[in-house]
Design a protein around this ligand. Structure first.
Ligand code: FAD
Length: 284
């Protein structure tokens, strides 16, 4: 099916893009790689009279180091670019690995990180690891810029805290704590993940302090604080056992639904398996 008619705008400055979005209100949508938006327009699930193509707006691509040593990732960076980016590979190897495993090569070369986060399709990978890394999102709107923690951005399926007329500029990942190891493990029999678990471990005493997030199984990523607490300070093997066991208990109380990616029980089982694998990967 062809999409209903729309007017395509191709602004060349940020101010022009924001003016277009402010002027057309809910009749307009930003357009990045189009891998979600075009499919939804063609299926006529969504319709906008005005599409604002961001590709000519400068400053939205690439990765740069911030003054505090963290990394700012331009919202229009594609998954493929991020998987290959030298700074991402050196500082956030778990994120580079995640990016290289998103979807398939056709989606990775066109699909952007910003589009992925703003669309908020729950069966996605980046938000879960970005939550575990304490990332923040920088947005620009008619009244200026604001910064929002990643963990507050996704509100539910296809729903974010982005306000009408706002653009996601970049994703800021703070400098990593000394000795941190992070890993993300996901599984699904379709192209998108049925479940994904992100784990970050920082040395603490004789053991580790853990940050564990699970994604794709419900509308938004969820932190497993009770699992983190149970594993805190334990030595490697003990911590991994505790994580697998407690993640199974925690998964039982998550709001998970049956869908084409699997039954709720299957996805709950995946959570504990993936939590163990991610924790093991951290300690390897
Ligand atoms: C076959 C297939 C398999 C996939 N598999 C996976 C997978 O395994 N894991 C995974 O995580 N994802 C997966 N995806 C999702 C994929 O990552 C996204 O489609 C892609 O990243 C979206 O980016 P885009 O630039 O194409 O967004 P677009 O389609 O251009 O936009 C998506 C939405 O975000 C809005 N938007 C885009 N950029 C901005 C911005 N800067 N500011 C504000 N709003 C913006 C648009 O208005 C639109 O609503 C898959 C997609 C497909 C089609």
């Amino acid at each position: 099916m062809l999409p209903r008619r729309f007017e395509l705008h191709r602004p060349t400055t940020m101010a022009e893009a924001l003016n277009l979005l402010a002027g057309f209100g809910d009749e307009a949508a930003p357009y990045a790689g189009g891998t979600e938006l075009l499919v939804a327009l063609k299926a006529r699930v969504l319709h906008y009279g005005h599409i604002v193509d961001l590709k000519r707006v400068p400053g939205l691509r690439g990765v740069r180091e911030m003054a505090d040593g963290g990394l700012a990732i331009g919202a229009l960076s594609t998954h493929h670019e991020l998987a290959d980016d030298a700074l991402i590979r050196a500082r956030l190897p778990a994120y580079a690995e995640l990016s290289g495993n998103v979807a398939n090569i056709r989606v990775r070369v066109a699909g952007t990180l910003g589009g992925n986060l703003c669309f908020a399709e729950p069966h996605a990978d980046p938000a879960t690891l970005l939550c575990a890394l304490g990332a923040q999102l920088r947005l620009a709107g008619p009244t200026g810029e604001r910064v929002l923690p990643m963990r507050e951005f996704v509100l539910g399926e296809f729903t974010t805290a982005r306000e009408e007329g706002e653009l996601l500029l970049c994703i800021e990942v703070p400098a990593r704590p000394a000795g941190e190891r992070a890993a993300y493990r996901a599984f699904g029999h379709l192209e998108r993940p049925a479940a994904g678990v992100a784990v970050a471990a920082v040395p603490e005493g004789r053991g580790w302090s853990w940050c564990i997030w699970v994604g794709a199984v419900s509308g938004r990523p969820v932190r497993l604080e009770e699992v983190e607490a149970a594993a805190r300070g334990l030595s490697g093997g003990e911590a991994v056992q505790a994580i697998e066991h407690k993640a199974a208990l925690a998964a039982a109380s998550l709001e998970v639904h049956d869908d084409i990616h699997g039954s709720a029980d299957y996805k709950r089982h995946l959570v504990s398996v993936l939590a163990r694998r991610a924790a093991e990967a951290c300690l390897r």
